[in-house]
Design a binder for this molecule. Structure first.
Ligand code: FES
Length: 118
């Protein structure tokens, strides 16, 4: 599936309804500057997998490695809440940016802009 690039607007974005009736949201990836559609409740790792956007995931998305960490630039409150397992993984990291999440655990609830660290 090709990567689509759609400009983001500055406002809180409303959900859209996809072809199967599922709500979809925009996920913008930095520094790639690529914006894709994500189904509601898809994890960011699943979104990356769908669009072939590289995001490490050494444990296969089981919240056991933290290699899938991302930095949220916009829309932290539009991702699913963190559970204790995710918080434990993030606590083990040094020099962690404030708005970090695990891509395999953060699920899309609205439009977001994230950075995949180098
Ligand atoms: S892929 Fe290992 S914690 Fe997300």
């Amino acid at each position: 599936m090709p990567i689509k690039s759609v400009p983001m607007t500055g406002q809180i974005e409303r959900s859209r309804t996809g072809t199967a009736g599922a709500r979809t949201f925009k996920v913008r990836f930095l520094p790639l500057d690529v914006t894709v559609d994500a189904r509601e409740s898809q994890s960011l790792l699943e979104v990356c997998d769908t669009y072939r956007i590289p995001l490490e995931h050494r444990c296969g998305g089981n919240c056991a490695c933290s290699s899938c960490r991302i930095i949220v630039h916009r829309g932290l409150d539009r991702l699913s809440a963190q559970d204790e397992d995710e918080l434990d993984q993030l606590r083990d990291l040094e020099d962690l940016p404030l708005y970090s999440r695990l891509g395999c655990q953060a699920r899309v609830r609205g439009d977001v802009e994230i950075e995949i660290p180098a």
